[in-house]
Design a protein around this ligand. Structure first.
Ligand SMILES: CC(C)(COP(=O)(O)OP(=O)(O)OC[C@H]1O[C@@H](n2cnc3c(N)ncnc32)[C@H](O)[C@@H]1OP(=O)(O)O)[C@@H](O)C(=O)NCCC(=O)NCCS
Length: 292
């Protein structure tokens, strides 16, 4: 495939060629474009059935757009290709993200009508980064039981809109339903391998879920504990610390190499808690959406 002269964005934490090869194996949708001056573009996108179902309209994710060739020329072909993709997908809402700091790609997306929604931070923990801390609250943390579900669902209205911020037709009720459905699927074992529950006064007051990241294992052989979601009711303030500490114990007991906890950079309580427990900041990504 050659070296991409103008890599504009790619899947999280994976180099472009392995991402493209893996996506090929999974029969994702590709769009290839070439022009008479030897510039080439490959775009990769996929349907988002979960988001489409919850929001009641089609969502897709633009995973990757790579350009090869002389930089300025390839960049123009890339912009034209993305524009063509948007124009030929009536009714579709597109989500995408870029490594923070990729200013040319950011500018291109904004010029094509994408809107910036949020900045996502990946916080990484390995045994080497560990810090010693005493949890501020010592509420018990245990495994999820089906009777916990109503209390966990009630936490769904605490979440911020994040990558959906400002999306037309997606108000706070829809966002709440998105997180409620996410929690249901985590509890059902689809979106999570484990759901940990924080207790306060004898009832559930918070949770944190996690899952092995299969695509990272497939591509790199590393067992990463990720796809975490968590929330804590204000009556158990400080409880995320106890939940993440339990996650750190499970990492070791369940044979994970590292924990990757994604959160929005503006979510200071999460960043502060993870920092206290020895997580270090990893790559940051900017999230964008496009809707006609
Ligand atoms: C994120 C969340 C779980 C944290 O709950 P919590 O454990 O009760 O967190 P706290 O409110 O005790 O805050 C944790 C730390 O951040 C600090 N903090 C809180 N708000 C802050 C702010 N606006 N700026 C800076 N620091 C802040 C607190 O002082 C505390 O630090 P300290 O222990 O050194 O004093 C909870 O706010 C929540 O459920 N939010 C909605 C869901 C969500 O955003 N989940 C994360 C996505 S996975």
């Amino acid at each position: 495939m050659g070296d991409p002269a103008g890599l504009l964005w790619s899947g999280y934490g994976l180099d472009t060629d392995s991402l493209l090869r893996d996506a090929e194996r999974q029969a994702e949708t590709f769009v290839d474009t070439a022009d008479s001056r030897d510039a080439r573009v490959r775009m990769l996108h996929r349907a988002l059935p979960f988001e489409s179902g919850v929001f009641g309209r089609p969502f897709r994710r633009l995973l990757c757009a790579v350009a090869w060739g002389e930089a300025a020329h390839a960049g123009q072909l890339l912009a034209d290709s993305v524009q063509g993709l948007l124009e030929n997908s009536p009714g579709i809402t597109w989500l995408t993200s870029l490594p923070a700091g990729d200013l040319p790609a950011r500018q291109m997306l904004l010029q094509l009508g994408f809107r910036h929604a949020a900045r996502k931070l990946s916080m990484i923990y390995t045994a080497e980064t560990e810090k010693r801390n005493t949890p501020r609250v010592r509420n018990p943390v245990r495994d999820f039981a089906p009777t916990d579900l109503p209390e966990l669902l009630a936490l769904s209205h605490h979440f911020a809109p994040g990558q959906f911020a400002g999306l037309p037709g997606i108000g706070s009720e829809r966002i709440q339903e998105y997180y409620a459905e996410w929690i249901r699927r985590a509890a059902a074992g689809e979106f999570a391998d484990r759901v940990l529950v924080l207790e306060s006064g004898g009832s559930p007051a918070g949770f944190a879920s996690y899952k092995l990241r299969p695509e990272v294992l497939r591509l790199t052989g590393r067992r990463v504990l990720g796809q975490s979601l968590g929330a804590v009711h204000p009556r158990a303030s400080g409880g995320l610390l106890a939940l993440v500490e339990e996650m750190q114990r499970r990492r070791q007991a369940e044979g994970y190499e590292l924990i990757e906890f994604e959160c929005y950079a503006q979510n200071r309580p999460v960043v502060r808690t993870l920092d206290r427990l020895g997580f270090v900041p990893g790559p940051e990504r900017e999230c964008f959406w496009w809707s006609a």
